[in-house]
Ligand binder design. Structure first.
Ligand code: AMP
Length: 214
């Protein structure tokens, strides 16, 4: 089963995708993670996309298509796409790639969260530098201040595009470009909505129910 998770920045796509990976064996194909790893390794691609990512803008479709096509092509088994597609043109390209590879898209899940909540969520996110466990200053702090619950590391990082100004730019792009994808998938009866304003565990339970894997 192959699915797309749609939702604004901070809606919880990464959290749900990571659950599906760990507990249900899906490959977690996150375009944001792929790009961040290119930036961290200072590859030519990373150098090309660094500035646009830091400003909260979208990386050009042609670059994204190459990344996602190669990720899907080399994937084995079910996958969950997190962060792609973000524009109608990306949704059309995805259809084309999937068609060429004879791979089906089974469901698109939209995680809905109101905008004030998104700004709060993104503003407080931080990650353990060692094991990459995600935290939030208010909603999911570490049990001991400054120490990772999972690996004990005391080094944490914040995404450089999680500043208040950048999150506003990213939300604006979501409204302008990404929301248009919703009717695209609705017309093909692929879209399902989940309320992302409830506890993470409840969102997960609803996602699992929708996928028939509860
Ligand atoms: P994310 O981790 O999904 O929030 O993505 C972080 C950043 O990576 C975005 O703000 C964009 O700059 C870039 N990015 C990720 N996915 C895409 C995409 N499908 N199209 C264009 N840019 C993307």
């Amino acid at each position: 089963m192959n699915i797309v998770l749609l939702g604004a920045p901070g809606a919880g796509k990464g959290t749900q995708a990571s659950w599906l990976h760990v507990h249900h064996g899906f490959s977690h194909l996150s375009t944001g993670d792929m790009l961040r790893s290119q930036v961290a390794s200072s590859t030519p691609l990373g150098e090309k996309v660094k500035a646009v990512m830091e400003s909260g803008g979208l990386v050009p479709d042609s670059i994204m298509l190459e990344l996602i096509a190669s990720a899907i092509q080399s994937n084995r088994g079910s996958f969950v796409l997190d962060g792609y597609p973000r524009t109608i043109s990306q949704a059309e390209s995805l259809d084309k790639v999937l068609g060429e590879l004879n791979v089906a898209l089974d469901k698109v899940i939209l995680i809905e969260v109101n905008e004030g909540e998104l700004v709060k969520r993104v503003g407080g996110r931080f990650t353990c530098q060692q094991c990459l466990t995600g935290y939030h200053t208010e909603f999911k702090p570490t049990r001991t201040l400054g120490v990772c619950d999972v690996c004990g590391s005391t080094e944490f990082v914040r995404r450089s595009d999680d500043s208040v100004d950048t999150i506003k730019a990213r939300l604006e792009i979501f409204r302008r470009e990404t929301e248009m994808i919703i009717p695209y998938y609705e017309q093909r009866s692929l879209l399902a909505r989940v309320n992302g304003m409830v506890d993470i565990d409840e969102v997960t339970a609803n996602v699992e129910k929708l996928l028939g894997i509860a």
